[in-house]
Design a protein around this ligand. Structure first.
Ligand code: 1CP
Length: 343
């Protein structure tokens, strides 16, 4: 069924649209008091992610409250390591923590290749519920972490500024690194295909830690696997690849079968268009910190961004996720400015 508001999908496929569509990374979350209320009812973040009725409720909140042109399923990229055999905890104000990590060949052999429908049934069920509850109002975005980013958490066991343990593994055990990356890639393809089957209209691959790699390492350990995912999913739905802080990755990503290339705020818009070429849609790329400014500045800078991207082949977004201490009215100002703007 075609959504009533299909701006996102038309912009994704390069069609002309009446206006630029907008959604925000981390749009469901702590900026919304309504999210905090649901979260308080649950034991914690993981319980919320693993209870389809609640995941569905918080997925739809930003559509109702912020007026965005798409919903993104409420989950986390770390459900994949867990489905493969490495459970995680989300520690309040600290972030993710894994009690077991990957260090040896045996550790990799012991991992399962995840089956989306079974091992991640709670996400798949949340997508089915959300799709029904949205009743075609806006498209639903599915997502997964890129293999390198998931690998980084599996080796490191938590967040890190440098991901030096994960990078050390690439330098000291390249063959084992490829073995693990291939297993993650297979799991991710199964998972994303199950998301599409359940109703996801577009999928985004988050390579949040792409920027810690050298360009050569990126080609060898990241891009190769992203290409596999794009080739498996692109025949089904548009695929977005967002490689944060990896300005050097844009040219390689542009050569994959993805439809949309995500940009962070450090990437120049005109330069990115020249690198990516005219054939793909760009997504982004406002600095989330702009939303700490006054309303007038937000409006002025947002319009400047829209003009720089131009009237076609653009999906407006931030250059990374919303920060939790952003005021809701500032987020609305960003969204409303985009929805009111005409070329
Ligand atoms: O208590 C809370 O509410 C926890 C905060 C939170 C939220 C709201 C986490 C912990 N994850 C999420 C949801 C989430 N994560 C979504 C939901 C949909 C939406 O965008 O509205 C998505 C798409 C993600 C993806 C995700 N998780 C990424 C990729 C995007 C990015 O931010 O770069 C990453 C790296 C994660 C790991 C993660 N989950 C949560 C935290 C604090 C982190 C980062 C930890 C670190 O610093 O390494």
């Amino acid at each position: 069924m075609k959504p009533e508001n299909d701006l996102l999908l038309r912009a994704a496929s390069g069609e002309k649209t009446e206006r630029t569509p907008v959604w925000l990374m981390r749009q469901a979350g702590r900026v919304l008091p309504e999210y905090r209320a649901v979260r308080a009812k649950m034991g914690g973040f993981k319980e919320l992610v693993e209870t389809p009725e609640f995941a569905c409720e918080v997925t739809i909140q930003p559509v109702d409250i912020l007026g965005v042109d798409a919903a993104i399923i409420f989950s986390d990229i770390l459900v994949i390591p867990e489905a493969m055999g490495l459970p995680y905890q989300m520690i309040e104000s600290k972030g993710p923590w894994f009690e077991k990590t990957i260090q040896t060949e045996k550790d990799i052999q012991d991992l399962r290749v995840a089956n989306g429908e079974e091992d991640l049934h709670y996400v798949i069920e949340a997508i089915r519920l959300t799709k029904a509850a949205l009743a075609g109002r806006v498209p639903l975005i599915g997502f997964a972490g890129a293999p390198w980013t998931i690998f980084a958490y599996m080796i490191e066991g938590s967040g890190s500024k440098t991901f030096s343990k994960a990078k050390k593994f690439l330098y000291t055990n390249p063959a084992l690194a490829h073995l693990l990356l291939e297993k993650i890639t297979q799991s991710t393809v199964h998972y994303l295909k199950a998301q599409v089957k359940a109703g996801a209209d577009l999928v985004q691959v988050f390579d949040s830690w792409a920027g810690v790699l050298s360009p050569e390492q990126y080609d060898e350990f990241a891009l190769h696997y992203i290409r596999e995912i794009c080739d498996a999913l692109s025949p089904l739905v548009p695929v977005t690849v967002f490689a944060k802080d990896a300005y050097f990755a844009r040219a390689g990503i542009a050569k994959t079968s993805c439809r949309i290339v995500g940009l962070d705020w450090t990437m120049d818009i005109a330069e990115s268009r020249a690198i990516v070429g005219p054939g793909k849609t760009l997504q982004g790329n406002m600095d989330p910190c702009l939303l700490y400014a006054d309303f007038e500045t937000i409006k002025k800078e947002t319009e400047k961004m829209l003009r720089a991207f131009g009237p076609q082949n653009h999906i407006a977004n931030l250059g990374h996720g919303l920060y939790p201490d952003t005021e809701k009215d500032k987020v609305r100002c960003f969204v409303d400015t985009i929805k009111a703007f005409r070329f």
